[in-house]
Structures are given as structure tokens and as C-alpha cells.
Design a protein around this ligand. Structure first.
Ligand code: FES
Length: 156
């Protein structure tokens, strides 16, 4: 018996047909989601791993011989730690101020060099030749026990 006002000219869809339509619709949604999710992950950057740390342990005393340098991780960016020929530690940002390549220490020149476009910085981070428009950010270095501690300079 049909309820009053019900359209009796259309027979109800068989249950099997509804189930097939439901499965097809779900499959299309799942396909669209599996396509869109990687695209969105590519477009939206992940949250930055930089926790705003102002101080890191860049290495241990003895890691560097005089007149050498090494890259260390300072938050999400690279830093460069240099042990000069005069046995003095220097630490700077290792991201070139031209186009963000990572710089390296040149023991033959006693300078910091960017291989991308032959940019050159002195040991204080001043840009001395090539295309870099600004100096590298210089950090403070302290030795505590056998740890080399690098800190961002406090802004006045
Ligand atoms: S990126 Fe360093 S000189 Fe161009």
C-alpha cells in the first residue's frame, strides 16, 4: 500500500541498482580525492621546521682543523662554521644573499665562496666580489666545554 500522495507511476528503484550507483559515486569521489590530495600537498608548503631557535650546538671542538669550515643546521637554514688559520671560530649564515645557494669555505683564499655565480665574502660575511648584494648574517660563537655554541646576534 502506497502512502497518500506518492507517485505510483514510477516503480521504486531496485536495491541492487541503488547500491551500484552509490558505489560508482563513491569511487569517483575517491579517485578525485586521490588526484587532488598530492596536488594540494605540492602547492601548500608544509609547516616550517624552523622553531625559531636562536642557539644551536654547531659542532664539537676538534671537529675542524685550522683553516677549514663546515656546514651546520641552524633551524631550517644552513650555517657555516669556520675555524680560521688563526684558530678563531666564525659562524655565519650559509645562504648566499644573491640567489640562496649554499656557500662554502675556500681554504686556499681564506674566504667564503659561492660556487653558483662566483660570489665572494670575507670572514666577517661582507660581500667583497661577485653578485651578492648584501653581507651574510654573522652569528656569535661561544665554546662551552667541548661544544661550539652558535647564537643569533641580539638586535639593538
Ligand atoms: S647565488 Fe651566490 S653568487 Fe649567485
Amino acid at each position: 500500500m502506497n502512502p497518500p500522495g506518492a507517485d505510483i507511476s514510477q516503480p521504486p528503484l531496485p536495491l541492487r541498482r541503488r547500491l551500484v550507483e552509490l558505489l560508482l559515486g563513491g569511487g569517483l569521489l575517491a579517485s578525485a580525492a586521490s588526484f587532488l590530495y598530492p596536488v594540494l600537498r605540492y602547492i601548500v608548503p608544509p609547516p616550517s621546521a624552523d622553531l625559531g631557535a636562536d642557539t644551536v650546538v654547531a659542532g664539537k671542538v676538534g671537529d675542524l682543523k685550522p683553516n677549514s669550515g663546515m656546514i651546520f643546521r641552524f633551524g631550517s637554514r644552513p650555517g657555516i662554521l669556520i675555524f680560521t688559520a688563526d684558530r678563531e671560530y666564525r659562524a655565519l649564515s650559509a645562504t648566499c644573499t644573491h640567489l640562496d645557494c649554499t656557500v662554502q669555505y675556500r681554504d686556499d683564499l681564506h674566504n667564503i665562496w659561492c660556487a653558483c655565480h662566483n660570489g665572494m665574502y670575507d670572514l666577517s660575511g661582507r660581500n667583497v666580489s661577485g653578485p651578492p648584494p648584501r653581507p651574510l648574517e654573522a652569528y656569535e660563537v661561544h665554546v662551552q666545554g667541548d661544544e661550539i655554541i652558535v647564537s643569533r646576534r641580539q638586535k639593538a
